[in-house]
Design a protein. Structure first.
Length: 181
């Protein structure tokens, strides 16, 4: 009985346990390489998944910060303040603005110069919503209160600046206040 001995090629591996020459590397080699590369493959797959999610579909609405709505489809704001005040005495001015759904309340800026005061209430509005999201159909009233102080006597003008909707056109309410000596 003749045995033929094949000559080992460049890719052949000699298996000492079995005394065989085989073209496949030992199983140990395959397992070692899987253990070595598994975390790297998982990391690359995770990065690709996160990048594809953020690159293809924005998941957040865009927000607009702008003047408050002082007129909303025929309803108008109320401006509450006393008819007179003493020089140097703080006076509260309260303004009602409209919102609801995707229109939230913002801060209020105020400037006083001589006998002129300007009150600017703001809103925060979500626009360009992601797919399958919406805003509730509700009307909310937001109250903006500021404190003014006039340093000289006379007839003061308080201007409240905002927007009228529909159309988002500028809208200003002017109220007078007597500043007593």
């Amino acid at each position: 009985m003749r045995r033929s001995h094949a000559r080992a090629g460049a890719n052949d591996v000699f298996d000492k346990e079995r005394g065989l020459v085989t073209g496949d590397p030992p199983l140990r080699y395959h397992i070692d390489s899987m253990i070595t590369y598994r975390p790297l493959v998982a990391l690359l797959a995770g990065i690709a998944a996160v990048a594809s999610c953020t690159a293809t579909a924005p998941n957040e609405a865009e927000a607009i910060h702008g003047p408050a709505l002082l007129v909303f489809y025929g309803d108008t704001t109320t401006v509450t303040m006393p008819a007179s005040v003493q020089v140097g005495e703080p006076v509260s001015v309260t303004v009602t603005a409209f919102g609801g759904g995707c229109i939230g309340d913002g801060e209020t800026d105020v400037t006083v110069s001589g006998l002129e005061a300007e009150v600017r209430p703001y809103r925060n509005e979500r626009v360009r919503l992601p797919p399958n999201t919406g805003c509730t159909m509700e009307l909310r009233l937001y109250t903006h209160t500021v404190v003014l102080t006039f340093a000289q006597p006379g007839e003061a003008q308080v201007r409240v600046v905002g927007l009228a909707r529909p159309g988002d056109t500028p809208y200003t309410v002017v109220r007078s206040l007597t500043v007593l000596p």
